[in-house]
Design a protein around this ligand. Sequence first.
Ligand code: FAD
Length: 433
Amino acid sequence: MADSLVIIAGGGIGGLATALTLHQIGVPCIVFEAVPEMRPLGVGINLQPNAVRELDDLGLTEKDLDRVGLPAKEWALVGLNGNDIYAEPRGLAAGYKWPQYAVHRGRFHMLLYEKVLERIGPQAVRLGSRVTGYRENCDASVSVRIEQAGGSTCEVRGALLIAADGIHSVVRAQMHPSQPPIHWAGAVMWRGTTWAKPIRTGASFVGLGTHRQRIVFYPISHPEAQTGVAMINWIAEVTMDNAEGWKQRGWFRQVSIDDFAHHFANWIWDWLDVPALIRQADGAFENPMIDRDPVPTWQDGPVALLGDAAHAMYPTGSNGASQAIVDARVLGAAMLKYGVTQRAVADYDAKLCGPISQLVLRNRGAGPFGLLNIVDERCGGTFADIDDVIAPDERAQFMAGYKAAAGLAIDSLNRAPPTIANGAHVRSLDDAI
Ligand SMILES: Cc1cc2nc3c(=O)[nH]c(=O)nc-3n(C[C@H](O)[C@H](O)[C@H](O)COP(=O)(O)OP(=O)(O)OC[C@H]3O[C@@H](n4cnc5c(N)ncnc54)[C@H](O)[C@@H]3O)c2cc1C
């Protein structure tokens, strides 16, 4: 089996989507995950239509996704005067063949884990197993070093190593030893969830504020039948001076709501009470908005980077998790063409590394929230009629440009053939071109 075994470092969204894809096309794989127990961690994330299409092709149903989130209907930017800057329909309402889902990251992650266990079996995911490095063997295979939770170490040999070990990837650090440290430009996010009545369409993503301070919120559950309340994911964000770098402990930590609620004390309109939304949360997490400078390649022989390990990006475009899923599918398609080989990894790298690295930089430049920067440049963020500041056509063009770069242009996505054809299998290495 080592001849075609694929070793996956990291059992997050990218790692598990890769495992499901490889299983679907008949490639054996094992996931080595550092944590000793899978738990439903995190708050809200978005699954864009390009990712939902792939999940659909993986056999995840609407019922599955409705258990962990709900279809999004609208994306809206609102100024501090409470007036819309831009609003557009999302998912099916926008004309995509597939919905966009707003989901609870932890629940979605557990759904993928459940599918991996069901389809591949419990032996497919080795918990408490941290990947610490790799070396390429003379026969082009790869040996992967693993440290177990108890401290013992071992080496596992496979045909390929797919590194889906997240933004702090050790595999990426070995592949690109001179990569710069994590990049932080001064934005800090506090995240939480609150049970409240959804506004606008009932499934709207709303970003309210300016380019330097805003609140983003959207429901990530269907409303309860009796009360009408849903789980609302919120992200309160402030940009501060980053001259001295990130001084807090850790990149993701639980904090008290009093630590940051004062920034939003006066953010009250007749349709929204931000202080109440924040204060009614069970708790909050602080994390700086960070990403990594792109690297020139995601491949080192039999090793490929995938997901955040390849392209950790600002969440401004809500596409980190979606891109990790798309990566897994593009990699699977390359294996259908070239077998479980380094050539398949090269094909995957050639298709994605360049354009997605550009997307990382685009998201660093605020992604779709860049409209707020334009509004700030032209009127300091204060406006009576948004059409006097930025014309409707210009707003629409700005958003269309972003969507094309993120693989979300409606017509191209709707017309594209499946990344992996139904029933396609890598039968043997001899089948590959
Ligand atoms: C606990 C957690 C909570 C998150 N919460 C949010 C959120 O609320 N909102 C949001 O937008 N994004 C969140 N993210 C990030 C988001 O999940 C990713 O940006 C996106 O899904 C891409 O997924 P990924 O699989 O590439 O990376 P991740 O989801 O980060 O998964 C990486 C996985 O690799 C494992 N790992 C790390 N190092 C090693 C190693 N050396 N060996 C083996 N395994 C390793 C990690 O434990 C993790 O399970 C969170 C990530 C994590 C890990």
